[in-house]
Design a protein around this ligand. Structure first.
Ligand code: AMP
Ligand code: ZN
Ligand code: ZN
Length: 411
């Protein structure tokens, strides 16, 4: 009897394993590429033949609207969680938590890997729970210290890692034996953001960056051809935000106006979070900043316009300052860092078209030669779930119905 039971259990497991393998055989591969700070209109400069190819043979959105604020970490995480920054928790690249008094900064790898800050469910967590393997060649939030919150394969962020080496890493994952091969892979390049900050969006340096990133798409296509996987891989190319020109002449010193030694200023440039220990002083600082409101807006969190979806996270601060596009806000110290206020920046109102990024997609899941209007980046997570045939997390902000029309109809 015992033996019979054992045989049945083995048979049962064999059936389950085969079913799982058959099931994952039908899922296409998807590479999600992010070109940081690649503005929506950079592909209209006549220097991007590989983007033109995708436009003809895949899907192009007019633009990809970032979530607010239009900064790197909040948006990369919105893309892979389907949530607005105030809901997934990463509301800026630099964050101060007034409860724990901890500071989150990109160069502090301990905090960047600390799951405490990340309240959303990443696509790789959703996939892992449902037996689908994933990998990341860099992506904000992919390096958490808890293995179950990370992709199955990942690389620790290294700003200067060779660009071709990154592509080779992705292709090597696709060369793994079938059962170990990830169905979803991310890939990230900072170049357009870095050059955009230094030289501004209209500079020859940004054009060179755009052209270099475009050529990387061609290299990836060729490498997928070499391993006979070009037709079975979806490639989605996005950016987290755009870029607009700034000037050191368009600068407002918020610290001077606030004139209160108890203010803690977090972030600068397009926005600032202000924390004031003594809550009795908030009103006074608010009044002063409101009185001088010129080229910026000051808000109590509950009064931040609803369309920003940025009201109730305690990391926003007691007061929030948002600069007018092209302007910068800062502190007394920033007066000596005026070089930072030249060139380009982002973080501004996400409806401002220069803050918009790109969305291109090509591959077996996508329509061909299909153009659509602006897409919001929170809708990408449900799209990825649909492609991978997995159940998305509930109670997210993105909606499949806002994006699924770009998918090929099933024959
Ligand atoms: P931003 O300040 O919004 O322009 O951020 C862009 C910068 O974020 C890039 O120049 C990168 O150095 C940094 N960055 C991007 N991805 C990561 C990552 N996964 N880990 C740490 N830093 C990153
Ligand atoms: Zn960015
Ligand atoms: Zn940037």
């Amino acid at each position: 009897m015992k033996n019979l039971f054992r045989r049945f259990s083995v048979l049962f497991f064999v059936i389950i394993l085969n079913y799982a393998s058959l099931y994952s055989q039908n899922i296409p591969y998807t590479i999600l590429i992010s070109f940081d700070g690649f503005r929506w209109d950079y592909t209209s400069r006549g220097i991007t033949p590989n983007f033109d190819y995708i436009e003809k043979n895949g899907v192009k959105a007019l633009s990809l609207k970032p979530s607010f604020p239009s900064i790197t970490f909040p948006n990369h995480i919105s893309i892979v969680t389907g949530m607005y920054p105030q809901n997934h928790g990463v509301i800026a690249n630099t964050m101060y938590d007034p409860v724990t008094e901890k500071l989150y900064q990109l160069r502090d790898t301990f905090e960047v890997r600390n799951p405490y800050w990340y309240k959303g469910e990443f696509i790789w967590e959703t996939a892992k729970r449902q037996g689908v393997k994933t990998a990341s060649y860099f992506w904000p939030g992919s390096e958490m210290i808890l293995a179950y919150r990370r992709p199955d394969y990942y690389e620790k962020y290294e700003h200067d890692r060779d660009y071709i080496e990154r592509i080779n890493g992705v292709v090597n994952w696709l060369k793994l034996p079938f059962n170990e091969r990830p169905k979803f892979i991310t890939l990230y390049y900072d170049l357009t953001d870095s050059e955009g900050h230094r030289f501004g969006p209209n500079s020859p340096q940004v054009n060179a960056a755009v052209s270099k990133l475009d050529s990387l798409i061609g290299i990836l296509f060729n490498k997928l051809d070499e391993i006979n996987m070009r037709d079975s891989v979806n490639i989605i190319i996005v950016s987290d935000h755009g870029m607009t020109e700034i000037s050191s002449e368009r600068y407002v010193n918020i610290e001077e106006i606030a004139d209160n030694p108890n203010c803690k200023f977090i972030n600068r440039g397009a926005l600032m979070n202000i924390f004031i220990k003594n809550k009795n002083e908030v009103e006074d600082v608010y009044r002063k900043l409101k009185q001088h409101e010129n080229h910026y807006k000051v808000y109590k969190p509950e009064n931040i316009p609803l369309h920003y979806h940025f009201n109730y996270n305690h990391l926003i601060g007691d007061l929030f300052v948002l600069a007018e596009p092209g302007w910068s806000v800062g502190t007394n110290k920033d007066k000596d860092r005026m070089n930072d206020y030249k060139g380009g920046n982002h973080g501004f109102d996400n409806s401002f078209i220069e803050m918009h990024g790109i969305f291109y997609a090509i591959g077996p899941s996508f329509k061909k030669n299909y153009k659509t209007g602006t897409i919001e980046n929170i809708n990408i997570y449900p799209l990825l779930c649909k492609i991978m045939n997995i159940k998305p997390k509930q109670n997210i902000d993105g909606k499949l119905e806002n994006i699924e029309f770009i998918l090929k109809e099933k024959e």
